[in-house]
Design a protein around this ligand. Structure first.
Ligand SMILES: Nc1ncnc2c1ncn2[C@@H]1O[C@H](COP(=O)(O)OP(=O)(O)OP(=O)(O)O)[C@@H](O)[C@H]1O
Ligand code: SF4
Length: 300
């Protein structure tokens, strides 16, 4: 019999799980950028962004949606739409359900498991081309719950690994890789975040710390290297600023596919150095998705 999760996922084409071995390497910001870039890739693309980092939800803040309410309808929870009435970019996070910003979630495994099941079965995701799932660092209960609930739609799943170039992060990224192999989760590729530094004055990228560790790991492990993202001060102030949606962007380029009042974050994001770099990452990622679909087609 079809599970409630499988029923809800019928209308979702691809589910991309974003993993990182270590905390703080930029997994949530990469998940946000991935969702924004997919949204921007065409005026028809529908994207969902699900935050299952239950104890440290940062997606509402990064999307500038802190404090937005989630409504209950007869058909389940209505996600928060980052693009307002256009309704092509849905987001869901425990952060939307907390009474006060800064409230903490102190839950044991079974409660976390129940919440993840509800996110997958009770949220009215509707038709989605991509559901991007931001996970906590490491490979924890949340990852196992996710995979257990998504088992009936395993063929729609794939993952992206985010690391920083430092040796300690790479060692932890290797753990993600062995986890993915153990649970038969295809990896679309690896992203090296905080690789070099973008000068806020001239945009020049300098290698303040080590770089290239992610690329070397990808080559060694025969993974697709999706690209590197430098430390970008414009991006950090954009993603960390809860008032993003209130900022004035009246001078930015007008795109008829975007709602003028409700999706200011997207226009602000477009102007960061990371957005251009992410466009290359997205192209490679879409290529990996296509390659995976072909491989599955040949296998069946
Ligand atoms: N390329 C980047 N340039 C500048 N700042 C970045 C970059 N990537 C991430 N950050 C910043 O680093 C901080 C941590 O990023 P983020 O929350 O995405 O990491 P994380 O891996 O999801 O952390 P955790 O899962 O441990 O909560 C945030 O303040 C974020 O804005
Ligand atoms: S990268 Fe260029 S603008 Fe930036 S600090 Fe160096 S010299 Fe100055």
């Amino acid at each position: 019999m079809e599970t409630p999760v499988a029923r809800r996922c019928r209308t979702i084409k691809n589910i991309i799980i974003v993993l990182s071995g270590k905390g703080g390497v930029g997994k949530s910001s990469v998940s946000t950028q991935l969702a924004l870039s997919l949204y921007r890739s065409s005026s028809l693309t529908k994207v969902g962004l699900l935050d299952v980092d239950l104890t440290g939800p940062s997606i509402p803040r990064m999307l500038g949606l802190d404090g937005q309410p989630v409504h209950q309808s007869s058909d389940g929870w209505v996600p928060v739409f980052a693009d307002g009435s256009e309704a092509r970019m849905a987001a869901m996070s425990v952060g939307f359900l907390l009474k006060k910003k800064g409230d903490s979630v102190v839950w044991r495994g079974p409660k976390k498991n129940g919440m993840i099941r509800q996110f997958l079965s009770d949220v009215r995701w509707g038709e989605l081309d991509y559901l991007v799932i931001d996970t906590p660092p490491g490979t924890s209960d949340e990852h196992l719950s996710l995979l257990e609930h998504l088992a009936p739609v395993h063929s729609k799943l794939s993952a992206v690994i985010v690391t920083t170039p430092q040796a300690v992060a790479l060692t932890d990224a290797m753990k993600c890789l062995s986890f993915s192999k153990a649970v038969n989760l295809p990896i679309l590729g690896l992203i090296e975040n905080m690789s070099g530094y973008v000068c806020p004055c001239c945009g020049e990228v300098s290698n303040v710390f080590s770089t290239g560790g992610g690329k070397a790991m990808a080559q060694r492990e025969q993974l697709t290297f999706l690209g590197s993202l430098p430390v970008d001060t414009e991006l950090v102030s954009l993603l960390d600023d809860a008032d993003t949606t209130g900022k004035s962007v009246e001078t930015s380029e007008q795109n008829p596919t975007e709602s003028s009042s409700s999706f200011k974050l997207l226009r602000l994001y477009k102007a960061t150095p990371s957005a251009d770099l992410f466009a290359d990452i997205l192209a490679k990622l879409l290529n990996s998705i296509e390659g995976l679909a072909k491989a599955k087609g040949q296998a069946s």
